[in-house]
Structures are given as structure tokens and as C-alpha cells.
Design a binder for this molecule. Structure first.
Ligand SMILES: *Cc1c(COP(=O)(O)O)cnc(C)c1O
Length: 467
């Protein structure tokens, strides 16, 4: 038999086809030529069967064009059960925030005052809402939480000392280490107390020694300490700071805007409490427990915020109009905490009832069984079991939320099926352990269960031996 590869057409022959000329018209000759070459390389390498005719190359070229046009940053289904999954973009935002962000893509009054027709301030947009929600004197929004801390320290303590408890020299994910942040702010770290116990007197001694430009309290977001421990309260530090005219900065991290009791989780301090305690500045993230877009928020006394706003680093870390729009829409939901609990996906996911997640998982089992039977595909070995979700994002390190997990016995097919789930449109990111694929229903989001059902019914059927 003749080698079928001898019948493979040349690049020019394909480029001259009417369908190819249409593609060239919309995408340009150079780029389509590269796509055609890629297809021909695949065919020659035996990666795909040799098409029977020149016309049959159209589908291959169209597929290659679609592949090459897929955006790098895509929307995925989070089946990991980690709600604030940093690798998956942390907080999924509320529909109201998505709408606002889409609308903000065009022109907007970002730095324009519509009342006077004069230049306005970018920093005016969310400030009113934050001060209203927290009872703060003023507020400032920058690019992220780390940026907010950096701006606060640079503005208040550059060239001076920053007093921090030994027990709060923490590392947040992504290499954000308090000693390095203090150093990057041009300040000098003055550690006080010990790892497990730091008292007010420890701070007082450091302040009395002179040269301290700020007292920094850091929330140990991502780990907990128990046993023989002691720490100074914010109120004590504020009293010390006020007497000595040293600003108190609170790096709070997550920015929970509802009472943690509503989440059914252990106590978690809120920025409103920091403000009420009288700190000069509290810094927190927009995309952790607040459930908005990536942003860093500084709130507190008017003078402390003004000083941060005037620092050049604030300009360097400013956030864009799309973020401001999404954050404003998210913050608006918190005017009514009940509404925030319903509309902010992070809060919804934290409080979802395991019984409801189980119902949804059982429904997917039935739908997948039905669809696979209809398609004549081998049934999958599926079971709904209890598992534990995590809040993630360096928050509530000890909390485990009881959840419903769909467990798929995949055996030796586990890796292949995980890859198939990632290749699904939209991609599904799950966990796997010892030949089992685990789909946590807590983090799937609205409509995610249907997408999972569709993906599972399409998994190839050569049945794995469950070991
Ligand atoms: C998460 C966190 C940060 C950093 O915030 P990003 O928004 O991730 O930049 C800073 N401090 C604390 C205590 C945190 O938990």
C-alpha cells in the first residue's frame, strides 16, 4: 500500500482553498500560514490521521485556529473546595460587581467631577462607602492588600522604626513577609516581645527608646497560636500610640465586613472593629473575605489616610477603573448585610448547607448516569461522600466546612480524566487522590453542577480497574 503521507498537500495548495482565503481575510496571511503549517506538521508527524481530500483539511485548520485564539486567562470551575483559591483568582465576585466591571470598560468619570465639570479624584470613588460601612474618618483604595500595608508604612514610618511583635513577623502567601515589607518601606524593624507573649509594656519600652514612627499590629491570618500566649489589644496599643503621638497601623488581611458569627465560623476580627478601637489605619484586601475584586483598602483617621494618599507609592499602586467599579458594586451590597450574605459568592459558599450540596451532588449522579446510558457509554463509578472544604486565602486556617464530595473511582484513568476535565470548556479544576477524583460541590458556583455533569458524561469509557 502506498504511504498515505505522500498525498499530503503543500502549504500553498491549502492557502488557495476558498475556506482558507476567508480565514486569511479575517486573520491575516502570516498568521493563517503559521496555523496551516502547524496542521501539516501534525499530519506528517502522525498526530492526526491523514485527511482523504484537501477539503477535509478545513476542519483541522479551523480547530487549530480556535486553539490558537483561546485566551490565556479563562474562566474555570473550581471543584477543589477551597473557596478563596489563590491559584484560581481568589474571590469569585458578585453578579452586581461583574456587571459594573463590564460597564466600566469604556470611558467613565474616573477622575472627573460630573457636578462641576472639573478634574476629580480617582480616590473619591469607594472612599465614601468604606467610611460609611466602617465608621472611619477616611479611606483609600489601592491595588492590593500588600500594597496598602506598604503605602501605610512608607507614608508614616520611612526612615524611622516600626514596632512589631515577635509573634507577628508572619509570611503571607506569595512571599509577603512582614520584616521585608518594613524594610522595603524604608523603615527599620523594631521587634518587641517574644514569639508567644508580647505585652503592652514591650511596645511601650520600644516607643520610649525613641525613633519609632509606627506601631504595626499584624493579624496572624494563616496560622493560629495557642497555649501560653498573650498579646496587647488594639485598644491598648491605641492608648499608647495616642499618648506618644505614634500612629497605630493594623494589617488585618482579610477584610470581613459582616460579623463572623453569621458565618458559623470561629471569631474573626473586622475592619470596623479596628476603626472603632481607634487605629490610625487598618489595611485589608478586597478579594479575600470581602469577596470583591483584587484591591487593598486603607481606612482610619482622616489625617492618617491623607498622609498615605499623598505618598508617591500610592500613585504607583493605584487601581484601575474596572476594579473601582467592581469594588464599589460589592461594597454597596454590604449596606444591607442580609443582602451581602445572599449576593456575595464567598459568603454564600461559606454558609452553604451541606444538605443542599448533597442534593445537588446526587442530582448530578443521576444526570450523568442518564446521559451516559443514553450515549451507550460505560457507567462511571460515582459516590457522594462527606468531605471538608477550606475557606482558603490565608483565612480561617483551622476551619473545616463539612461538604458534599462527588467521588469518582478512576483507577489508572485518574490522570487522564483530570486532564480531560481541565480540557473541558469551561475547564474544571478538581482534586485527585489515589485513583479517585474528588469534586467538592461547595465551590462550584451557580450552574457549576450542570457543567460538571456535562463533563462527566463525556469522559471516555474504557473502564478503569478501581484499585
Ligand atoms: C493577605 C494578607 C495580606 C496581603 O494582601 P493581598 O491582597 O494578598 O496583597 C497582607 N496582610 C495580611 C495579614 C494578609 O492576610
Amino acid at each position: 500500500m502506498a504511504d498515505p503521507r505522500r498525498a499530503i498537500p503543500g502549504v500553498d495548495r491549502l492557502l488557495a482553498q476558498p475556506w482558507c482565503r476567508l480565514l486569511i481575510g479575517s486573520r491575516g496571511r502570516v498568521w493563517i500560514t503559521a496555523r496551516v503549517r502547524a496542521v501539516l506538521d501534525d499530519v506528517r508527524a502522525g498526530a492526526v490521521p491523514v485527511p482523504d481530500s484537501v477539503a477535509d483539511y478545513e476542519e483541522l485548520v479551523q480547530m487549530e485556529v480556535a486553539r490558537a485564539e483561546t485566551l490565556s486567562l479563562r474562566s474555570v470551575i473550581n471543584a477543589t473546595g477551597v473557596i478563596l483559591h489563590t491559584n484560581l483568582g481568589r474571590a469569585p465576585i458578585a453578579p452586581e460587581a461583574r456587571d459594573a466591571m463590564r460597564a466600566a470598560g469604556g470611558y467613565g468619570n474616573v477622575e472627573f467631577d460630573l457636578d462641576t465639570g472639573e478634574r476629580g479624584s480617582r480616590y473619591s470613588h469607594c472612599a465614601g462607602l468604606v467610611t460609611e460601612l466602617l465608621g472611619a474618618g477616611d479611606a483609600l483604595v489601592v491595588n492590593n492588600g500588600a500594597g496598602a500595608v506598604a503605602v501605610a508604612l512608607t507614608a508614616h514610618a520611612a526612615g524611622k522604626g516600626v514596632a512589631v511583635s515577635h509573634g507577628e513577623l508572619v509570611e503571607i502567601g506569595g512571599g509577603f513577609r512582614i520584616p521585608e515589607v518594613v524594610e522595603a518601606a524604608g523603615a527599620r524593624l523594631v521587634t518587641v516581645g517574644t514569639t508567644n507573649r508580647t505585652r503592652l509594656e514591650d511596645y511601650a519600652r520600644a516607643v520610649e527608646a525613641g525613633g519609632v514612627g509606627a506601631i504595626l499590629k499584624v493579624h496572624r491570618s494563616n496560622f493560629s497560636m495557642s497555649g501560653f500566649t498573650e498579646e496587647a489589644t488594639l485598644a491598648e496599643l491605641v492608648r499608647l500610640g495616642t499618648g506618644a503621638e505614634v500612629p497605630v497601623i493594623h494589617d488585618l488581611g482579610s477584610g470581613l465586613l459582616v460579623d463572623s458569627g453569621r458565618l458559623g465560623l470561629p471569631y474573626e476580627p473586622t475592619p470596623a472593629q479596628s476603626v472603632a478601637a481607634g487605629v490610625d489605619l487598618v489595611a485589608f484586601s478586597g478579594d479575600k473575605l470581602l469577596g470583591g475584586p483584587q484591591a487593598g483598602i486603607l481606612a482610619g483617621k482622616a489625617g492618617g489616610v491623607a498622609r498615605a494618599r499623598a505618598n508617591p507609592l500610592c500613585r504607583a499602586l493605584r487601581c484601575d477603573k474596572v476594579t473601582l467599579a467592581g469594588l464599589e458594586a460589592t461594597l454597596t451590597l454590604y449596606r444591607n448585610p442580609d443582602r451581602a450574605m445572599e449576593r456575595v459568592p464567598v459568603l454564600r459558599m461559606i454558609t452553604a448547607r451541606v444538605e443542599d450540596l448533597e442534593l445537588s451532588a446526587h442530582k448530578v449522579v443521576r444526570v450523568v448516569a442518564g446521559l451516559r446510558a443514553e450515549a451507550g457509554a460505560e457507567p462511571l463509578r460515582l459516590e457522594v461522600v462527606r468531605g471538608r472544604s477550606l475557606v482558603g486565602g490565608g483565612t480561617f486556617p483551622d476551619a473545616r466546612l463539612p461538604t458534599a464530595v462527588l467521588r469518582i473511582e478512576a483507577g489508572s484513568a485518574a490522570e487522564r480524566w483530570m486532564a480531560a476535565l481541565r480540557a473541558h470548556a469551561p475547564p474544571i479544576v478538581a482534586r485527585s487522590r489515589q485513583g479517585r477524583i474528588l469534586i467538592d460541590f461547595r465551590t462550584l458556583g451557580a450552574g457549576g453542577d450542570f457543567i460538571v455533569a456535562a463533563a462527566l458524561s463525556g469522559l471516555d469509557a474504557d473502564a478503569p480497574g478501581g484499585e
